[in-house]
Design a protein around this ligand. Structure first.
Ligand code: FES
Ligand code: FES
Length: 363
């Protein structure tokens, strides 16, 4: 084994690797950065393209040991890059992908083209992209997408407010809690009813530790101070377990019984990161009950990013919301909240079961 030390996506990494380990295998299997795809594994298809010291390179034929001291950037590093955002939008607009297998490599090469050759004509774009093979699209859309970004300054990244809670909340106690949500962050909404008056429910929402105690999988590592929270969120989805350690800022608007929680965390085990904003409103409902509306915007990257798809997340969110509502109700009734973990075990098996049913052709 040989020691290596390099920078990957802005983070210093040291490891011991076998001399013949490719950079692609090191990135995918050791760092769990699976954005660089493997196709031919012999330097032909370009699916594994990453940036090494600012230039596109095939990670399947670069040995990890030769990358000591290098600055490596995989497609995961470009989530918030305005130029890459512009290219992603162009690829979508011009139908420049179908199965998407070649797309991470195509985007890295395209990023290099638009930055290095702003005056390239179609022939030059095709020549520059000739090291990236696509088995689906026929290249017309890809070339059109790249050309549409040539010569244009990258846009300033628009960070849309994730939801309609005004940020003029009374006396915010710390710097604005924006965590730089990307404009394409996933969003979902949940609502639930609690059989207690809104004032009593809002009193619980004002107590950060009480709210954390009602949230499945959440534990605080430091007592909250001025709305600043540090803690951990443990998630278990079938065989996958993750623990996101991070920080959040809670801003409350007592007059309107609204709040915003903005936070970010990272799971060291999987190398996954999450950023999210949660907005909630507590309002009088029918029959003396209280309606709580929650809007969540989140961006999950890294190995667990595959679980950020709508169906899975919506199902999990419904379960979490139901657990939170039950715990809140228990607290209001003076009962002990049942502290559960964020566990998608049954969800995992129900997904597996639906997959098997689809496989054998049952409804
Ligand atoms: S997998 Fe590296 S070039 Fe094909
Ligand atoms: S979109 Fe399928 S290989 Fe390019």
């Amino acid at each position: 084994m040989k020691p290596i030390s390099l920078t990957v996506n802005g983070e210093a990494v040291t490891a011991n690797v076998a001399p013949r380990t490719s950079l692609a295998d090191f990135l995918r299997e050791e760092l769990l950065l699976t954005g660089a795809h493997l196709g031919c594994e012999q330097g032909v298809c370009g699916a594994c393209t990453v940036m090494i010291d600012g230039a596109p390179a095939r990670s399947c034929i670069a040995l990890a040991v030769t990358c000591t001291g290098a600055d490596v950037r995989t497609i995961e590093a470009f989530d918030d890059d305005p130029r890459m955002g512009q290219l992603r939008a162009a690829f979508t607009r011009e139908h420049a992908l179908q199965c998407g297998y070649c797309t991470p490599g195509m985007l890295i090469s395209s990023y290099d083209i638009v930055n290095r050759l702003p005056e390239a004509d179609e022939a030059r774009v095709r020549e520059e992209l000739s090291g990236n093979l696509c088995r689906c699209t026929g290249y017309v859309g890809i070339v059109r997408a790249v050309r549409s970004c040539l010569g244009e300054a990258p846009p300033t990244m628009q960070v849309e407010p994730a939801f309609k809670v005004e940020r003029d909340i009374a006396a915010p106690q710390a710097a604005p809690s924006a965590v730089g949500m990307p404009s394409d962050a996933a969003k979902l909404q949940q609502s639930f009813t609690v059989a207690h008056p809104a004032d009593a429910v809002w009193a619980v929402f004002q107590d950060i530790e009480a709210v954390a105690a009602c949230m499945p999988g959440v534990s605080l590592t430091v007592p909250p101070s001025n709305g600043h929270v540090e803690g951990q969120v443990a998630v278990k989805l079938g065989p996958i377990a993750a623990a996101f350690a991070g920080t959040a800022q809670v801003d409350l608007d007592d007059a309107r019984r609204r709040g915003v929680v903005s936070g970010q965390g990272r799971d060291g085990g999987s190398g996954s990161s999450v950023r999210g904003e949660v907005a909630f409103t507590v309002a009088d409902g029918a029959d003396g009950k209280t309606q709580v509306d929650v809007t969540v915007a989140y961006a999950l990257t890294g190995a667990l990013g595959q679980f950020a798809r709508g169906g899975i997340v919506n199902d999990l969110a419904s379960r979490l919301t139901a657990d939170f509502a039950n715990n809140l109700q228990a607290r209001l009734e003076g009962r002990e909240a049942e502290k559960t973990e964020i566990a998608g075990g049954s969800l995992f098996f129900s997904m597996l079961w639906s997959f098997i049913k689809r496989l054998v052709g049952r409804a």
